[in-house]
Design a protein around this ligand. Structure first.
Ligand SMILES: Nc1ncnc2c1ncn2[C@@H]1O[C@H](COP(=O)(O)OP(=O)(O)O)[C@@H](O)[C@H]1O
Ligand SMILES: N[C@@H](CCOP(=O)(O)O)C(=O)O
Length: 711
């Protein structure tokens, strides 16, 4: 087996965000790894070769080298004392050491990734971050190197018991083991979720000029010069700028004055000037006015590198700053770098399992039982939070159970089942790398189908299928499912995660789900078509957008308009197209069950695929048709834009999307007032949108009036 791990360097702090902001940059530490099947007499079963920065100084002894020591630490947390098979690690390192470009952060992340691969540990990226933070206890560099892009990070407060744990180094880089080369003990696994990150937007025009002085400042030393306490004024100064910087750096085109101001710092740079001759003067020597193209300037990490953000004139800015350092007799090189958006990547050079020397395992075929187990651990609390009377929502059994009597059904009820998927809305989740809302859609599509029959949803089961299981993504997905279940008061009693290499595209997944509900013995199963008559009123409940239907057409329209999901939504300037389209489907369970209990509804239609015209007739008897007046309710801006941009005609519009109504219900005229009161009391926005009319055999079952208002 051979593979390559690539980890970007990073610039931390970006001025005011000390220990918070990290930016991954396009200079990569590379580990070219080959694993043979034999064990050897090599220390730790590992041989290191090295080229690039630090080649003279960096130890090739795997017990001393930072990358392999980190890997062995992670392996030992998994009861593997050394590299499982003879491993050759060739390190190619273009990142200058001790210059404030996160060389140690990259080494730590690469070490954790190395252990994950050779030990086939199946660690998620979030879990890898925990291991990184056991070694380098500031999350800015490691989160940027691991996840890529411009990140904001924070550490969870550890429990006192965790802080007391002796194996937590709480140091810049892993210290020498206290008990000699090998203390003989397997370290316990790190606490869960030590650190977190959020990826911010980065305006594509902004590039980074790194001025790299030819001397080192060890990060540990640069942290020792910092004060233990700060004045309230300085803390306030940095907080104000830290709050603004992500917005300033995400705006396109960038505003130089805004960025320059937002990059000022009073928490670390002033104290580090003793280690970097001329630092304060150099930082103050350039402004957007004196050097057009410049946006902002700061110390990179703990220094001594200076990072200048700019949109043009890179060379002139670099030459000027190098000349300033020369006044202090300091030589510099400079590099023009760009954000590295992907973070750490692992590329297999030989397909796992193709090397006849290496025995085949399920993991080498692409299915990681460890990743599956790790997912189960992560989702347990999410699932448990959906417990309801009769179902404890614990996972691990072969099937999910529900005690109907404890759920409030003393005599045998009618059971109702529904099954559905999310459709291609998941494609938007992939594009936005945002996976915690489509689970809500999945539950909504099912429970909304149940409730229109008058059923109370009780249980839900989901099916998540992918090519390679990404535990972070799958956990976010289940979080959404659990949220949908809580909103509809049904227990998530089980599910299935299928990792099927080769079946789906890399990084993508599909999901389906099934809801089971009950209708108490003496309650009606709706629609009650026998009670419907001409003149009954149609009331519509506002939708939250496209819900989970018509996304193949939506994606085509966005594509034809040459727009990307990260672009500002033309229908809502405050958000991106992707975020707006990911708005979860509205769940109508609680409000509609209230109305059913009050006996004010004769029937309900969930407006899903097929829009108004196909779905409303599903609740009607043959002799009645729905007459819907398009002028009686507002069409959401997203639909107006889609209709116009796609040049969709009115009939098609009403057949594909909900057009603004997620539910349409039949109500006797004398019950309309009461129905409105109940539904509005539960937070619904209600419109009277039409009535039932008599219908001949040949006539349409849903007649749309006044569709010209949509033009
Ligand atoms: N590729 C690497 N291989 C081994 N050790 C490394 C590597 N990169 C960094 N280190 C270790 O990290 C130290 C630098 O870390 P640090 O002082 O935090 O500076 P930086 O700002 O470059 O992260 C180096 O002196 C070396 O001990
Ligand atoms: N927030 C840390 C960042 C150190 O970054 P490095 O690249 O110098 O290791 C600090 O400022 O100390």
């Amino acid at each position: 087996m051979s593979f390559t791990i690539r980890t970007p360097c990073s610039s931390a702090n970006l001025g005011p965000g000390f220990d918070v902001f990290g930016l991954a940059l396009s200079l990569y530490l590379e580990l070219q790894v080959s694993v043979s099947n034999s064990s050897s007499t090599l220390p730790l079963n590992c041989r290191i070769t090295y080229e690039g920065e630090g080649a003279e100084d960096v130890s090739l002894d795997p017990e001393v080298n930072l990358i392999t020591r980190v890997a062995v630490y992670v392996l030992r947390c998994h009861k593997k004392r050394s590299f499982p098979s003879e491993t050759h690690v060739h390190i190619v390192n273009p990142i200058p050491l001790g210059r404030g470009l996160g060389s140690s952060g990259a080494a730590v992340v690469a070490g954790v990734a190395l252990a994950n691969e050779v030990g086939q540990l199946g660690l998620s990226r979030a879990r890898m971050l925990d291991y990184c933070l056991m070694v380098e206890r500031h999350p800015d560099n490691v989160a940027a190197a691991l996840y890529g892009g411009f990140v904001g990070t924070y550490l969870r407060e550890l429990e006192p018991a965790d802080v007391e744990r002796l194996e937590i180094p709480l140091a810049e880089v892993l210290p020498t083991p206290a008990g000699g080369k090998d203390t003989g003990l397997d370290p316990p696994q790190p606490p869960l979720d030590i650190g977190h990150y959020h990826k911010f937007k980065w305006a594509p025009e902004i590039k980074c000029v790194a001025i790299i002085p030819q001397f080192e400042v060890p990060t540990a030393k640069a942290r020792d010069v910092l004060p233990k306490e700060y004045s309230a004024a300085d803390v306030r100064f940095n907080q104000q700028r830290t709050a603004l910087l992500p917005t300033a750096l995400g705006e396109s085109p960038p505003d130089p004055e805004f960025i320059y101001l937002a990059m000022q710092d009073r928490v670390h740079q002033p104290y580090r000037k003793g280690l970097i001759p001329g630092l304060t003067e150099i930082l103050q020597s350039v402004t957007p006015k004196s050097h057009p193209g410049l946006l902002g300037i700061c110390l990179s990490g703990a220094g001594p590198t200076i990072l200048a953000l700019a949109t043009s004139n890179f060379e002139a800015i670099a030459e000027y700053l190098i000349a300033q350092f020369e006044k202090e007799n300091i030589k510099c090189i400079w590099k023009l770098l760009e954000p590295a958006h992907d973070g750490t990547t692992v590329t297999q050079s030989t397909a796992p399992g193709n090397n006849p020397a290496v025995p085949l395992t399920y993991a080498s075929a692409g299915v990681s039982i460890d990743a599956g187990n790790s997912l189960v651990q992560r989702i347990k609390p999410l699932v448990a939070a959906t417990a309801r009377p009769g179902a404890d929502a614990s996972i691990g059994g072969f099937g999910g159970t529900l005690d109907l009597s404890r759920a409030g059904y003393s005599s045998l009820p009618n059971l109702v089942g529904a099954i559905d998927g999310i459709g291609t809305k998941v494609k938007i989740a992939f594009a936005m790398d945002k996976h915690d809302t489509v689970g809500i859609d999945l539950v909504a599509m099912n429970v909304n189908d149940l409730v229109v029959q008058g059923a109370e949803p009780l249980m839900f089961l989901d099916y998540y299928a992918c090519s390679r299981l990404n535990v972070d993504t799958a956990t976010a997905f289940v979080k959404g499912v659990a949220e949908g279940c809580k909103e509809s008061n049904c227990a998530l009693v089980g599910g299935e995660t299928a990792e099927m290499p080769g079946l789906y595209s890399e990084g993508e997944y599909d999901a389906g789900g099934c809801a089971i509900g009950a209708i108490a013995k003496n309650n009606p199963i709706l629609p009650d078509t026998g009670s419907m008559s001409e003149g009954d009123v149609l009331i519509g409940l506002a939708s939250s957008g496209a819900h989970s239907n018509g996304f193949s057409l939506i994606r085509k329209i966005i594509d034809n308009a040459k727009l990307g999901y990260q672009d500002d939504a033309p229908w809502d300037r405050g958000t991106t197209i992707g975020d707006s389209l990911l708005t979860p489907t509205r769940i109508y369970v609680k409000s509609l069950l209230q109305a059913v209990q009050r006996g004010v509804l004769k029937g309900m239609a969930h407006i899903t695929g097929g829009g108004l015209t196909e779905n409303i007739p599903r609740m009607l008897p043959k002799h009645l048709a729905a007459e819907v007046d398009a002028s009686t309710y507002p069409v959401p801006e997203v639909f107006k834009w889609l209709k116009k941009a796609g040049d969709i005609d009115e009939e098609e519009f009403a057949r594909v999307w909900n057009t603004g109504l997620g539910m349409v219900c039949v109500v006797a005229p004398e019950k309309v007032k009461e129905a409105r009161e109940v539904l509005e009391g539960e937070g619904e926005v209600v419109y009277e949108v039409g009535r039932l009319i008599n219908r001949n055999d040949e006539a349409e079952s849903c007649v749309m009036k006044n569709m010209e208002v949509w033009r």
